[in-house]
Design a protein around this ligand. Structure first.
Ligand code: FE2
Length: 198
């Protein structure tokens, strides 16, 4: 059974960068729908009882309904933790070192990450993930994640309109800039990086 866990902060904690109204719709309604649909669709399937990562990877290209909903559940359960009040700020040393080695600099990462989110046509996500021991920036459509492309995500940003339209209307680049500068929870990125590389 998939479950919707509470946000790790109050609904108004990310203001002014992400409003209470956005989180009420995005977490309480959109994410809940993915959880409920995933639970209904997995019943009696070959993936019942498997880990969420195995369901996401296994159903990709085989069961679109199940993949879309469980993929989005996976993405969103991490997304809430990839943000925190007074986020952004300095990057942990270990991540900074890896970004410099793989991408060139922290600033280049920010530029590439924002560009990936801006240029994702339609709904999707922008990512930072570990692939073949290196950090890579990428983008995916709809509910896909780097998991289905042989990589381990350590940071992702939702660029579906439900993530930013109430607060930013059509200004997706402004939302992405605010996410990078004021919302990212680098402690959680570091935790995922350590799990991905251990
Ligand atoms: Fe979303």
């Amino acid at each position: 059974m998939f479950t919707l866990t509470d946000l790790p902060y109050s609904h108004d904690a990310l203001q002014p960068y992400m409003s209470k109204e956005t989180l009420e719709y995005h977490h309480d309604k959109h994410h809940l729908a993915y959880v409920n649909n995933g639970n209904n669709l997995i019943k009696g399937s070959e993936w019942e009882g498997k880990s969420i990562e195995d369901v996401v990877v296994g159903s990709f290209g085989k069961n679109a309904g199940l993949f879309n909903n469980v993929g989005q559940h996976y993405n969103h359960m991490h997304f809430w933790n990839w943000m925190k009040p007074n986020g952004g700020g300095s990057v942990p040393g270990k991540i900074e070192k890896a970004l410099v080695e793989s991408i060139g600099s922290v600033d280049k990462f920010k530029e590439d990450f924002i560009a990936a989110g801006t240029t994702q046509f339609g709904s999707g996500w922008a990512w930072l993930s570990v692939k073949d021991g290196k950090l890579v920036v990428s983008k995916t459509q709809n509910g896909e994640s780097p998991l289905v492309h042989g990589a381990k995500p350590i940071l992702g940003v939702d660029v579906w309109e439900h993530s930013y339209y109430i607060d930013y209307r059509n200004r997706r680049p402004d939302y992405l800039k605010a996410f990078v500068e004021h919302l990212i929870n680098w402690d959680y990125v570091l935790e995922m990086y350590e799990n991905a590389t251990s």
